[in-house]
Write a protein that binds this ligand. Structure first.
Ligand SMILES: NC(=O)c1ccc[n+]([C@@H]2O[C@H](COP(=O)([O-])OP(=O)(O)OC[C@H]3O[C@@H](n4cnc5c(N)ncnc54)[C@H](O)[C@@H]3O)[C@@H](O)[C@H]2O)c1
Length: 597
């Protein structure tokens, strides 16, 4: 079959050059679509090994019942494997998957350009090299592009279709149609190191490595914070171990070379691990130590949440200040765990309304079968709404969840200081204000700590426990113990902007906005790429619209103000949308128009 005979299905014959991890996966995926595959390896020996890998991979697919034995036989019959590049002459599309070295790829492309007819499209599987520079090794740059598959190819649906400034629109369209025909989801990207997924992912992984290196938080806490606070499938340090510390460093080097953004400069710890041969799972040790090289079982990861070194104080009765979403959610958490709760607002009416809200939330849990009627009644009976803070005199812990305004919070802490018994723990659930500024509004800063719950508090497992430079060790211990007792997962960190989660999440969201602002990729493509490429529950623009663009902008401004890193400056597009009143779902319009959906 030639291309002209089958315009419906682009590229009926495909050559795959380099049959390693990626090439094997791509060859099988292409053959599964019914196409003929010409596999080409470097030598006769490596070709034989590649064929064995393909046979093994397809046998595995039969074992897993992804294909039948008969389909496997037919599939294998469509694949030939050799070691002469000249075989590529028969292909309509050549996909190169040789090792990630620019000179090697350029040599392969120069050869392919001589061998293949003029109309053949040449694609590179590079992750971080310049597609433009690879295309420049040929006399047909308009028919050269990147086809970036993800590992493992058979499960990962995403393919980034990378155009250079010279790639013809037809070539990019054909390649996207080809990817769709393989059952994949193509997204369009320009030729920039990391493309969409890695461009956004690796900057974040790098910040996580730097955060660990600075001993701001433990590796377990950083990983747990991102899994439980953002719903990510893996923590960043565990993911670096999976990807390979060396690979991550190479990708970051390439990104830095293009962007000159310090946030892309590989964290020094990555270089140290690489020099020591600690490359992650594949070498048995990276950020974590594994059972054996290649194993996914970390043997030295602390199980369970952070543990305190000193005994904590006894906490029975809890006061919660505020009447909004967070306050009622936090009160619910404590009441469900059996603590008497005084829900304190500025007026009895507000407090009563907050309790009614809490009752509705408990009712929803009963409807969903998560809570029994008795449990609901028991929890509700433990909550007393009070209209005056003076009622909090005898509580063991106060959690403040009033407006995110430092003056308001400081005023409240000064009041609590006068009212609440000595020795009680005073906590703030601020997301972006310094805990120490709340502490210094009291005469007992050693008793003040951050207890950052996530919204919705009853559902989200994570609590960031934020100690200031003045927090007493037994206060930290109290809150760590109590958090675990109320069935949340505490992570420990210091009192700096963004704590763990927001400091890692918002720069990533900001990078996504910058990508959009630079017309590098579309809202839909970026969201799709992050969901399919990284298994994220939401794309960055979906998340920004849910969180609120104004809230996101404030957090980004706080981060920039704290670290003065130019790369952390809020993207102008975000500022413009906020100025225009497009704040996300709550106003009906943000990055997407929700009113019309
Ligand atoms: N591994 C991943 O997770 C991943 C994901 C996406 C993209 N990529 C990219 O895919 C490409 C391939 O990576 P990989 O992980 O499969 O590498 P690999 O080392 O597993 O495989 C490369 C293969 O190319 C063969 N080869 C070397 N020189 C050759 C030549 N001149 N002609 C033909 N074959 C030759 C090697 O024998 C080897 O089998 C790289 O550009 C990489 O950056 C990798």
């Amino acid at each position: 079959m030639t291309r002209s005979q089958d315009m419906e299905r682009p590229f009926p014959t495909v050559a795959v050059v380099g049959l390693g991890t990626m090439g094997t996966g791509v060859a099988v995926a292409v053959a599964r679509s019914g196409r003929r595959v010409i596999g080409i390896e470097a030598t006769e020996d490596s070709a034989a090994r590649a064929l064995a890998r393909i046979e093994e991979a397809t046998a595995h697919a039969v074992d897993r019942e992804r294909i039948t034995a008969a389909e496997r036989t037919a599939l294998l019959a469509r694949i030939t494997v050799g070691h002469a590049l000249t075989a590529a002459a028969e292909a309509d599309l050549v996909i190169e998957e040789v090792p990630e070295q620019l000179e090697l790829k350029r040599e392969v492309f120069a050869e392919l350009d001589r061998i293949c007819p003029e109309g053949t499209v040449l694609a590179t599987g590079t992750t971080a090299l310049s597609v433009t520079r690879i295309a420049a090794a040929t006399a047909r740059p308009e028919r050269v592009l990147g086809l970036h598959f993800f590992n493992p190819v058979h499960t990962m649906k995403l393919v980034e279709v990378v155009r250079t400034v010279l790639t013809s629109p037809q070539t990019a369209e054909d390649a996207a149609a080809f990817a769709r025909d393989l059952g994949k989801e193509p997204v369009a990207a320009g030729d920039r190191a990391g493309f969409v997924v890695n461009g956004l992912l690796f900057a974040y992984l790098n910040q996580a490595a730097a955060m660990y290196e600075s001993k701001y938080a433990s590796r377990e806490d950083i990983d747990a914070a991102m899994r439980l606070g953002c719903g990510l499938p893996m923590g960043p340090l565990a993911l670096l171990d999976l990807i390979g510390v060396d690979t991550a460093r190479t990708v970051l080097e390439a990104m830095y070379e293009q962007s000159r953004d310090k946030l892309h400069a590989p964290a020094p710890i990555l270089g140290q691990l690489v020099s020591a041969g600690l490359l992650g799972r594949k070498s048995g040790r990276g950020f974590y130590t594994y059972e054996a090289p290649g194993s996914s079982r970390a043997v030295d990861a602390a199980t369970g949440p952070a543990r305190a070194k000193v005994p904590g104080r006894a906490v029975h009765t809890v006061g919660v200040c505020g009447s909004g979403t967070m306050a009622t959610g936090i009160a619910e958490v404590f009441a469900k765990a059996g603590h008497p709760v005084l829900l304190a607002a500025r007026s009895q009416e507000k407090a009563d309304r907050a309790k009614a809200q809490l009752a509705r939330s408990l009712e929803r849990s009963v409807t969903k079968g998560r809570l029994s009627g008795d449990q609901r009644d028991a929890a509700l009976a433990l909550v007393t709404p009070v209209g005056q803070y003076s009622e909090l005199a005898e509580v063991d812990l106060v959690v403040e969840a009033v407006a995110e305004d430092l003056a308001v919070k400081r005023e409240l802490f000064a009041i609590l200081d006068k009212i609440v018994r000595p020795g009680a723990v005073l906590a703030t659930t601020t997301s972006s204000l310094p805990v120490i500024s709340c502490a210094t509004a009291t005469s007992r800063p050693q008793d003040v700590i951050g207890m950052h719950f996530f919204n919705p508090a009853p559902a989200m497992k994570l609590v960031e426990v934020v100690s200031t430079v003045l927090t007493a060790p037994d206060v930290t211990a109290t809150v760590l113990e109590l958090t675990a007792k109320v069935r949340k997962h505490p992570v420990e960190c210091g009192d700096r902007a963004g704590f763990i989660v927001n400091a890692l999440l918002f720069p990533y969201l900001n990078d996504a906005v910058r990508m959009l602002q630079e017309h590098y990729a579309t809202v839909d493509d970026i969201d799709t790429a992050m969901k399919l490429g990284c298994g994220y529950p939401m794309g960055p623009f979906e998340l920004l619209d849910v969180v609120g663009l104004d809230v996101s902008l404030t957090i980004e401004q706080v981060l920039h103000q704290e670290f003065r890193e130019p790369g952390l400056a809020a993207a102008p597009l975000l500022e413009h949308l906020v100025a225009a009143g497009c704040l996300g779902r709550k106003t009906g319009r943000g990055f997407r128009d929700h009113a019309r959906r």
